[in-house]
Design a protein around this ligand. Sequence first.
Ligand code: ARG
Length: 294
Amino acid sequence: MSTHDTAPGASTTTATGAARIQQHRRYLMCRPEHFTVSYTINPWMEPANPTDTALAVQQWQKLYDTYIELGHEVHLIDPIEGLPDMVYTANGGFVIDNVAYGAKFRFQERVPEGPAFMDWFRANGFEVAEPVEVNEGEGDFLLVGDTILAGTGFRSTGDSHRELAEVFGKEVVSLNLVDPRFYHLDTAISVLDPVEGPGGVERANIAYLPGAFDERSQAILAERYPDAIRVADADGAVFGLNSASDGLNVIISPRAKGFEAQLRERGYNPVLVDLSELLLGGGGIKCCTLELRR
Ligand code: ARG
């Protein structure tokens, strides 16, 4: 279910006087017409458990409709039979300034998705940087202000972080994921304010699950983002961090109750969308959403 108490384009002011400003987003999604769990590449996937493709499509549609109602632009890539994980478009690449760094998947089951997404980028006017190194796109790379946070440990390699820095010429900060349930960076960090505010005021901020990271990475996050929301394990465990923010509205799982309250306290508008069926594949809201930055 989605709730909107704030109209698109609106802003709110927090107790501390900081205004939350909605920014326009352009996303790429893929309708889960072929969704199922037929293999196991993360701890959430259990092929013996039944999946309901119609329910997955219905829940996905609610996410799509929510973005549209909020005034965002959503592009679609055609689902391909035999690629049940293609719904998780965040893994299809990483896009900044019209340049798409392509994905090179770690597991054989998803390898064909890499070229499929690169074809889509080319056909839609993006410049493609073909990857040499194994990386799973925006699942592991998050743009915060002018810095790219990059995850490793389970999927994208450390070498891909170097390649990423070469492609975009930006600072890349490597973070080590240590809990197999949180195998992509976007399951452990949510970017709330990805860009600098008016007048160059630094307002980029994140929410994260400390326990998903090793000590060194936790120290980096604490130092760089002293105002970050630290999310409780219970909210992390229901993929609460796998969310999408436009700077004001934050689309989150209805099960992440504590995170929802933390967002409200900070002046964000949590919008609840349940993707329980897609969680059977180990993915949530952010996984189904790739940002197309032109
Ligand atoms: N079954 C998919 C995989 O394991 C889920 C991907 C989730 N995507 C994400 N951005 N976290 O690869």
